[in-house]
Design a protein around this ligand. Structure first.
Ligand SMILES: *[C@@H]1O[C@H](CO)[C@@H](O)[C@H](O)[C@H]1NC(C)=O
Ligand SMILES: *[C@@H]1O[C@H](CO)[C@@H](O)[C@H](O)[C@H]1NC(C)=O
Ligand SMILES: *[C@@H]1O[C@H](CO)[C@@H](O)[C@H](O)[C@H]1NC(C)=O
Ligand SMILES: *[C@@H]1O[C@H](CO)[C@@H](O)[C@H](O)[C@H]1NC(C)=O
Length: 355
């Protein structure tokens, strides 16, 4: 019996034992509920933690520290249409994942959700021992909640597939995922890649693309993205033992630089936004990459959960750091911590219990 089945059983038994009407049977809820459909509601009991008490929020995300004064963005709770999300319980999370490793693999949006989860867990056990480590220099960061033997790790990878130094230069190899051996024995894997696929010019960290053995100077970026995801998907099917390792794909995170997307043409960033988009349907629709992700995921035979955060995050045009960060650049791509990524983790937690 797999670890997660054991957990699900535990949840059911626990709900039965507590029998107080507030208990939450996730498995039952999940079958009748798409938790990604819903709306944002103002909730005084949020945020889930005090960000100035969190030991290590990076300067890119610590909006309060860097002067943000409007605080509504901290007060929204995601309300699915047909069920309740359980309130995040960091202590029960740590107990359930005792002896386990959770790894976020991807670009800076993985960093974003990783930092949020650490704050959420830390808030539950502020006095417990935490060990921080950098493994393999810059690639892996690990935070271990030692008293619970839970490691929450970050594996930095812009494309999931490899960028290799070769004689001709740096080659983005769409068909190779060299690091995968370091991932496959981790208990929970949360993958993400998208942000870097349209980078060009000096910020583009490769010179050539290798696809099916051929070297090209460039190609349609969406096609390249799809090819890389397909490499990843094949690896999940061939190499991951999904009864031991749970696989999640963290969906496309939207940015807010085009006011016309949300009905304010002429606005070119998120600086003045203080409220979520008022409505449930975001005017511009979903980014094309979402359909590519769904298409590739639908071809995987093993169970993989899509953390489908795109639509609900599109509504949160006010939840980015904008200029409230250490470098004062305009950032409408990442998200303040505390903030929206906490909701991603609530959804991740609910998802982990349900499959
Ligand atoms: C948040 O934590 C900081 C630092 O520990 C503390 O000074 C502050 O009073 C706390 N704020 C709230 C609202 O609890
Ligand atoms: C912590 O968990 C690991 C498995 O991830 C296990 O090998 C180790 O013995 C555990 N350590 C303690 C102190 O329980
Ligand atoms: C570090 O990287 C090497 C080779 O890339 C690998 O063999 C080793 O297992 C890695 N260490 C950890 C802790 O992942
Ligand atoms: C959203 O729009 C409705 C009318 O369409 C309005 O009554 C409501 O006050 C608005 N809410 C916010 C938060 O602006």
């Amino acid at each position: 019996m797999g670890f997660f089945k054991a957990i699900a059983t535990f949840v059911v038994i626990f709900s039965w034992l507590s029998a107080d009407g507030n208990s939450f049977d996730l498995r039952k809820e999940e079958t009748k509920c798409n938790m990604y459909q819903g709306k944002w509601v103002y909730d005084e009991s949020f945020p889930l933690y005090n960000s100035s008490a969190c030991p290590s929020i990076r300067k890119e995300f610590d909006c309060l520290k860097y002067g943000r004064l409007d605080l509504f963005y901290l007060k929204y709770r995601w309300q699915p249409s047909n069920c309740q999300l359980p309130r995040f319980d960091g202590l029960s999370f740590l107990k359930r994942f005792n002896g386990k490793k959770i790894m976020f693999i991807g670009d800076s949006l993985s960093l974003n959700i990783w930092q949020s989860l650490i704050c959420m867990l830390h808030a539950a056990v502020p006095n417990s021992n935490i060990i921080r480590q950098k493994l393999n220099t810059t690639t892996i960061s690990s935070v271990e909640f030692q008293d619970y033997n839970v490691s929450v790790m970050l594996f930095h990878s812009l494309y999931l597939v490899d960028v290799d130094e070769e004689k001709i230069g740096r080659v983005l190899n769409l068909n190779s995922m060299r690091n995968a051996n370091l991932w496959k024995n981790v208990d929970v894997l949360v993958f993400n890649t998208w942000l870097w696929w349209y980078r060009r010019g000096p910020k583009q960290p490769w010179d050539y693309i290798k696809v099916e053995g051929k070297i090209v100077k460039d190609m349609d970026r969406m096609t390249a993205f799809k090819a890389a995801l397909t490499t990843w998907a094949k690896w999940v099917d061939s190499d991951v033992e999904t009864d031991k390792t749970k696989v999640i794909f963290q969906g496309i995170s939207p940015s807010h630089y085009h006011g016309s997307d949300w009905g304010e043409p002429g606005v070119t960033n998120c600086l003045k936004e203080t409220k979520p988009f008022n409505g449930t349907v975001y005017p511009v629709g979903l980014p094309e990459a979402v359909y590519v992700v769904k298409d590739v995921l639908s071809g995987i035979k093993k169970p993989v959960h899509l953390l489908d955060i795109t639509a609900l995050s599109q509504l949160r045009k006010e939840a980015h750091p904008s200029s409230y960060n250490a470098f004062r650049g305009m950032d409408c791509t990442h998200w303040c911590v505390a903030g929206l990524a906490d909701t991603w983790n609530e959804l991740l937690y609910a998802a982990l219990l349900s499959f």
